[in-house]
Design a protein around this ligand. Structure first.
Ligand code: NI
Length: 389
């Protein structure tokens, strides 16, 4: 059987795994069913090693090539779902209330399992492939926890690659860019405190509502006046909590505002964070209020290594044709915890077309099963090009 036919047959199986995972979504680090299915398949394929319980639900498999020693390449898929209700009415829709694979991590897991099956059967490479199935991409920094538990050293990973589906990009197409491909996403909650008092005597008490209103406006100057217009920055205040509708004659003692800041350059992230603090403290002082900042750092910028991006483009072009690979795809302001792996090892993160589907994190979204064969081919081609002895 020709290799492509073999992968075609594996893809059919992978579609059934994908739908099985889709019906039983699980959240964050708590993925008992998903990780059990993954580990069982990997053992069945005859991988040299299958390690479980890394970052609680993470699974790692090792496959050694039959052409001798070489580098060790890490391939990563995320496995977790989202706390939302599915509205697809599909036969394989989620069976769990308020849990849904709305980001396609079911498809990512199935594609990497498909690649594992093919690679363990063929082993036509020099070196080692490490397949990383991680929990908690959606807010839990599962990738960082796996790294903290020694993932990269324990398995000797030299370079790492990740893949995510992209709605709106044709099935069978790929998109990538060197450098920043996804943003850093930090969050904040600011409390402004006065003393509280009678609304008829504004001269007797600091007013945190007026301070907060000025602060929301002042924060807009970060993206519009402070940073380079060619360096993307988003500052969104998404939360403002002040006073009570049944106490309209009361100046509240404290108010809260919150939101998110997105940046794509590490130095801009740092500078914008410092500017944010300056604006909060000086605006608070201007209105004689006290500021308390709860800064919640999110995932860092996802930065593709230039040479590894060339390698990813080469693998994708071999299987899809050059015309179906966009090597200069725009950076998005979303964020992704594969960034932690790319901080530690050279590698690249690529988008795979999900066709004309609902958007990621939408209740009508479903991973496109037609993409699975292309994803498995990408992974196996990448291994054969990177570990060619
Ligand atoms: Ni995702």
């Amino acid at each position: 059987m020709a290799p492509h036919d073999a992968i075609g047959a594996i893809a059919e199986e992978a579609i059934s795994w994908r739908r099985q995972i889709h019906q039983h979504p699980e959240l964050l680090f708590d993925l008992p069913k998903t990780s059990a299915l993954v580990a069982e398949k990997l053992k069945e394929f005859g991988c040299d090693e299958v390690a479980t319980g890394i970052a609680k639900s993470g699974v790692v498999a090792v496959i050694k090539g039959r052409r001798g020693d070489g580098r060790t390449i890490g391939l990563r898929a995320d496995m977790d779902a989202l706390p939302m209700s599915e509205q697809t009415n599909l036969p394989h829709a989620s069976k769990v209330e308020n849990m849904m694979h709305a980001c396609g991590h079911d498809g990512h897991t199935a594609m990497l399992l498909g690649a594992a099956k093919h690679l363990s059967a063929t082993r036509d490479f020099a070196g080692t492939v490490v397949l990383v199935f991680q929990p908690a991409e959606e807010g839990g920094a599962g990738a960082r926890v796996m790294i903290e538990e020694g993932l990269l050293e324990r398995f000797g990973i030299d370079e790492v690659f990740g893949m995510h589906n992209e709605p709106g990009l044709d099935v069978g197409s790929f998109a990538i860019r060197p450098g920043a491909i996804m943003a850093a996403g930090d969050r904040f909650v600011v409390t402004l405190r006065g003393r509280g008092g009678h609304a008829a005597s504004p001269h007797l008490t600091p007013d945190p509502v007026v301070a907060g209103a000025h602060l929301v406006t002042a924060l807009q100057s970060i993206a519009s006046r402070y940073t380079d217009p060619f360096d993307p920055v988003v500052v969104s205040v998404t939360y403002f909590n002040a006073g009570r509708p049944n106490a309209l004659n009361v100046i509240p003692a404290a108010i809260e505002i919150g939101g998110t800041i997105r940046t794509v350059e590490a130095k801009t992230r740092k500078a914008v964070g410092a500017r944010f603090r300056d604006i909060v403290t000086t605006t608070a002082k201007l209105f004689e209020t006290e500021a308390e900042i709860d800064w919640r750092p999110g995932y860092p910028v996802t930065v593709n290594n230039p040479q590894m991006t060339v390698a990813a483009i080469s693998a994708a072009s071999s299987i899809a044709g050059e015309k179906k690979v966009d090597g200069n795809w725009p950076c998005t302001m979303g964020s992704e915890d594969f960034s932690y792996m790319l901080e530690k090892r050279q590698g690249a993160f690529i988008w795979i077309g999900n066709g004309d589907s609902a958007d990621l994190h939408h209740p009508a979204y479903d991973f496109n099963d037609g993409a699975i064969v292309h994803g498995i081919r990408y992974w196996t081609e990448l291994v054969s090009q990177r570990l060619n002895g």
